[in-house]
Design a protein. Structure first.
Length: 156
């Protein structure tokens, strides 16, 4: 929320860039910190492996070693990516529903916020609010279940 307030994402007419770019930067920075904290112990363990010493002795650049050898063998990295996708959906939905972020075209949480703010909707039918909320909950649970299944597959 502080990111949205600091860059005035709730007032898209005053922004110099598209609000989605600010959102991508914010979620990218916070996501990178999360992924780094989740994968750092395994990456440090992999740097002590024999295949890294062999690659270094052959003169392979460090960046190539990192992408070809370390990330390929780091099982925590893809799992952290799946968890981050779930958290990004939840964060964008929260910000849109609270009215802190206005995306164009309107996202699902912004649609729910608009329906929830209109008191006449409650008299027209419960399903107008129930099904968008159910879809949003289903999306978050789907990514969570994908992370659980991915983790179980990697443990085998």
């Amino acid at each position: 929320m502080l990111w949205c307030i600091a860059f005035h994402l709730h007032e898209p007419s005053q922004l110099s860039l598209d609000p989605r770019l600010y959102l991508i930067m914010g979620l990218g920075i916070s996501g990178a910190m999360f992924i780094a904290s989740q994968t750092e112990p395994e990456i440090l363990r992999l740097y002590q492996s024999t295949f890294v010493y062999v690659a270094e002795s052959l003169g392979v650049p460090s960046i190539v070693i990192f992408f070809r050898h370390i990330l390929r063998n780091c099982f925590a990295f893809p799992l952290a990516l799946v968890k981050q996708m779930r958290d990004n959906i939840l964060a964008i939905s929260f910000l849109s529903f609270m009215g802190t972020l206005h995306l164009q075209p309107e996202d699902l949480a912004g649609f729910i916020h608009r329906i929830y703010s209109n008191s006449d909707i409650f008299y027209q039918g419960w399903w107008l609010l129930f099904f968008p909320c159910a879809l949003l909950s289903w999306l978050i649970l789907l990514w969570n279940q994908a992370g659980i299944q991915f983790s179980a597959a990697l443990e085998k």
